[in-house]
Design a protein around this ligand. Structure first.
Ligand code: DAH
Length: 339
């Protein structure tokens, strides 16, 4: 048996050293040919005792099979001519590459500008609790302001055990698809100590009829900056800096008093393109309401700051002159590939 082993090692070694298909074929004849080493040994086995047949037979057969495979493999390797044989003048195949969706591109641009102004990025869940989406943001039950956000309610609800919800006087917590990114303000402030400033990109949902400027889901970027003396002037600077850079030109700005329950005072920001006629509404903002700070146990006598929220689709539409918000979601590649 050790004889076979030695023969096998020699054969494999010789095959490895073979430098041509012809040499590999020679080796095949030497070992597996009609008068080959293995063939002869197998034939000789016929004369041997039953015990020897039983012990040597399988081993020899396995050896033959293995060598056959190795020779075939080696021949294949040796016949491969490699790149030298490659016709460089042949026309290439065009690779099909995917690209980012325009909304992803715009979101990245927006986030990059805020990052350069020292904002961090935070995110939160799309399925949200009623508490985070409304109550903690100073939008009490039955307050008419809740009607500003048409809501997709989820069927599940849960008994309230969490301390956070106690103040809301409710026994059962309901869930919904978040109607804005503002609940992430709450989530972030509960987990982090000020000072901080963050932006929150994310998808939001509204239960409403669709048209050129309304979709049942769209994207927002929320902003939040909390410090000891963060004020409206800081908000104004950051916002103007952001929009000028996003559109790549010097815009005109208008800050109009407005109402959002989670800020006081609240403003709406309008921009006007150079040479443009119309004021365009692009953002809601304001100074974070003291009730919001209280809800997350940040001392409102020590800390203050601003918040803002804007729609990504709206900005993308203005920047790239896209006429209909539904184009973002129609999945038409002729649209997508233009970006
Ligand atoms: N959450 C508001 C909305 O979806 C937008 C908004 C307004 C966000 C004012 C803010 C803010 O942070 O201060 O309509």
């Amino acid at each position: 048996m050790s004889d076979y082993k030695k023969i096998k090692e020699e054969a494999i070694q010789a095959l490895r050293e073979a430098k041509s298909v012809e040499r590999a074929e020679e080796l095949r004849v030497v070992y597996l040919g009609r008068k080959g080493v293995i063939t002869t040994a197998l034939r000789a086995l016929a004369e041997k005792s039953i015990e020897e047949k039983r012990s040597d037979g399988p081993e020899l057969n396995a050896f033959r099979k293995e060598l056959e495979d190795r020779i075939k493999e080696r021949k294949k390797e040796l016949s491969f001519k490699g790149v030298a044989n490659f016709d460089l003048t042949m026309p290439g195949k065009k690779l099909k590459r995917g690209s980012l969706h325009p909304l992803s591109i715009v979101e990245k641009e927006i986030v990059a500008i805020f990052k350069s102004m020292n904002f961090s990025v935070a995110e939160g869940p799309e399925a949200e609790s009623e508490y985070y989406n409304f109550d903690a943001l100073n939008i009490p039950e039955n307050h008419p302001a809740r009607e500003m956000w048409d809501t997709f309610w989820l069927e599940s609800s849960q008994k309230i055990s969490d301390n956070n919800f106690k103040s809301s006087n409710k026994k059962v917590e309901k869930f919904l698809m978040r109607t804005h990114t503002s609940p992430v303000q709450i989530r972030f402030m509960k987990e982090n100590k000020p000072p901080f400033q963050i932006v929150v990109p994310g998808r939001v949902f509204r239960y409403e009829a669709t048209d050129m400027s309304h979709e049942i889901n769209f994207h927002q970027i929320e902003g939040l900056s909390i410090g000891r003396s963060i004020n409206l002037a800081n908000l104004k600077f950051i916002i103007e800096e952001f929009f000028n850079r996003f559109f790549g030109k010097k815009l005109e700005f208008r800050f109009r008093p407005s109402y959002f329950p989670f800020v006081e005072p609240g403003v709406e920001v309008d921009i006007k393109m150079p040479g443009g006629e119309k004021w365009l509404e692009v953002m809601g903002a304001g100074m974070v309401h003291k009730n919001v700070l209280k809800a997350v146990k940040i001392d409102e006598r020590e800390w203050q700051g601003f918040a803002f929220g804007m729609g990504v689709e709206r900005l993308a539409m203005l920047k790239y002159k896209i006429p209909d918000i539904r184009m973002f979601y129609a999945g038409d590649l002729r649209f997508i590939r233009q970006f």
